[in-house]
Design a protein around this ligand. Sequence first.
Ligand SMILES: Nc1nc2c(ncn2[C@@H]2O[C@H](COP(=O)(O)OP(=O)(O)OP(=O)(O)O)[C@@H](O)[C@H]2O)c(=O)[nH]1
Ligand SMILES: [Mg+2]
Length: 315
Amino acid sequence: MTEPAHMENLPPENIAPETFRAGHVALVGRPNIGKSTLLNALVGQPLAAVSHKAQTTRLVVRGILSGPGFQLVLEDTPGLLDPRSALDRSMLRLAHRTAAYADLVVAMARPWTSTVAEDMQMIESLPGHSPVVVAVNKIDLVDKPLLLPVMAQVASLTRVSEVVPVSATGRDGLDALVCVMACHVQTSPPLYPPDQVSDQPERFFVAEILREQIMLRYHEEVPYATAVEIEEFVERDRGKDYVRAVIWVERESQRIILVGKRGAALKALGIHARTAVEQLLDRPVYLELWVKVRPKWRDREVDLVRLGLGSAPSQ
Ligand SMILES: Nc1nc2c(ncn2[C@@H]2O[C@H](COP(=O)(O)OP(=O)(O)OP(=O)(O)O)[C@@H](O)[C@H]2O)c(=O)[nH]1
Ligand SMILES: [Mg+2]
């Protein structure tokens, strides 16, 4: 997974190099629409954190989907929303920048007529000039005839070249979506070896697993006031790998909730996270968790940069 990309990747022998297609595909849309679920379903691995809460994803998560004659570098992004904190602004900038530089944008929309206007507005405000394919997700939640007007409305937008109905959890329509995405990227040699699923480091995915557990296990403001920092990651040839992570919160009251009575909540979090980390890395891991307070980190650019959640103001 952490293999660096090299530029001499060759298409499989039975594919003519001049017909191979490859490119970056940004998955964008409002929070909770299922971008991360779709990424995971397409690459077949739980790379990105998924939860029923909005604003689960804070950074771009990349998954590589290789098939016969194509390679798609899928980029899951934070949900597009009206920003209220420096963190929100940073997430919005990141999602917009990813869309602007992608070869193709897959804008995800909800399947209801009541929300189609909002999703169309989101699509119209996307920066850049790359083609837009709309994936209308969660179609398992609506009667099929009700989908048609939604699809017709989004298809009427000038930048939209195709609309594909899908259910990321039900794995419905995914083959059609892959086919449409592969047709919309340019001919290009593969960007990565065919068996590589991401170009992001293992420690990034360890933080993502911890974040998912926090989103799933805590409520109200607590998961939102939380950031995960992997302070140390030591790979060992013999014995367990060692990972030390700090979970930052904004207030002492949040630290107390995270840790729980006699440390029970943090212990349960650690056990679940370690199991998922060991599955991902396919080796045993010793996971050490610390919870620390950093007041108002979400509104302090300097903290965002330090935690890898923002770019330096001068950039
Ligand atoms: N019924 C149904 N639920 C879905 C589908 N796709 C995703 N979900 C659920 O929607 C919720 C949000 O999914 P995520 O993948 O975390 O959504 P997201 O767009 O990445 O959200 P943010 O990271 O917050 O922007 C989860 O509870 C998913 O299980 C689908 O096709 N059908
Ligand atoms: Mg997400």
